[in-house]
Design a protein around this ligand. Sequence first.
Ligand code: GLU
Length: 511
Amino acid sequence: MNTKEIRVRFAPSPTGPLHIGGVRTALYNYLFARNHGGKFILRIEDTDQNRFVPGAEDYILESLEWCGIEFDEGIHKGGPYAPYRQSERKEIYREYAEKLIETGDAYYAFDTPEELDALRKKLEREKAVNTSYSSLSRKEMKNSLTLTEEEVQSKIESGDDYVIRFKMPENEETRFQDIIRGEVIVNSSTLDDKVLFKSDGMPTYHLANIVDDHLMEITYVIRGEEWLPSLPLHVLLYKAFGWKSPQFAHMPLTLKPDGKGKLSKRDGDRLGFPVFPLEWKNPQTGEVSSGYRESGYIPEAFINILAFLGWNPGTEQEIFSMKELIEAFSLERVGKAGSRFNPEKAKWYNHQYLIQKSDKELAKLYQLVLKEKGIDASDDYVAKVVGIIKERANFVKDFWDQSDFFFESPKEYDRKMVKKRWKENTPEILNSVCKELEIITEFTSENLEVKIKEFLEKNELGMGQVMTALRLTIVGSGRGPGMFDIMELLGKEEVISRIEVGLQKIRNLFR
Ligand code: GLU
């Protein structure tokens, strides 16, 4: 039995905000680590200085924190393999790139951008199978395989720009296992001699990623499918270094709701829902993209949504707390096929989490909205309102439309409804109802129901007729929860006053 500790990592590049797919990668790594009692590491891969975006690293940290995804080692937190930011590990990579030169698995290349461009064009013209710098074309290029040792030495000493490239084996079949995709076989002649170390003294993603995964003793690499094409190179790099490679699991793509193509950062708000966990302001363009947090999503709901983007528990259960996800999660239950993001289902999830929250807790959040509107109501009253309307809302921000009439008397009356339902005898009936209401001492929903029903029976009146008229005067339209509940909350005085005012104003509508 392998008793080695399970160690996984989330290794984002701070090139912009994380998007849904990125957070899902972090989540699956986290769930896997916790499920196995292992460690979850956050490593920042910032070796591509051209793509560095200010604020992106803080954004990543804040997003993970909001989601409740905690890491055990990483930037700001430290750990036995620190530093965890690649730009602070620069010296390490050169040493390893040079090791590969020594073993003959890598070489120096001095070709200029113009020469590289000319090569590509020539290979394209010739319709070559592989149009990149590869085992076939490297023989024609300016590198330490074609130049003499003295020439190489003198070029390096005179400060010529150079890169270090991987010497891809010629015509070698590479086989490897991916936990999600099974066996993958690739012939090395279809692959190129990737740059491992750049002229700016920085490693490329491939080298830094492999070296760090090895040094940080990562046992499983769980990442997005977009990295699958890099896997053969990574496996060959492990082989060249003589290291045991971790196990790999490439997760399915997250697709747009129509299934046509990958959901990407560029989708922004174009599809009518956020693709980012938190709101993001592009520091270069000033453009603001919405986030799940700001759109009113509950972090637990957001996590639940992401968990189901590619994984399923194999049961009917849909609502999972983080604890339950940790227990249930396994890579074996992650599918191969891309999973569509369903924005309607996302709202449904939020609704499920919203209604689980206590009225008191929701009232606190709703009070913030009410204060902004200049409405002063007691916590107790707001909690009661929330209690009867939360079933009708997906977000706290929906509360107002469902409950404005609990805080303000109607400003207008639905004309269409008045026309249809307001009969000649309605004012007379409502006046009698008011008299009945006056004498009710306990103004509760149950009492109101009993008394009003008695009144209807006595006067041989239909329920619908009277209740609609009551709703019109009290709410102003046909919306809202049960009338007796609304009346109890508003209280006797307010109800009677609204009926009286309503009678007046509706009469004016007919003038
Ligand atoms: N830095 C890569 C990224 O931005 C990491 C890919 C990997 O997990 O190997 O996604």
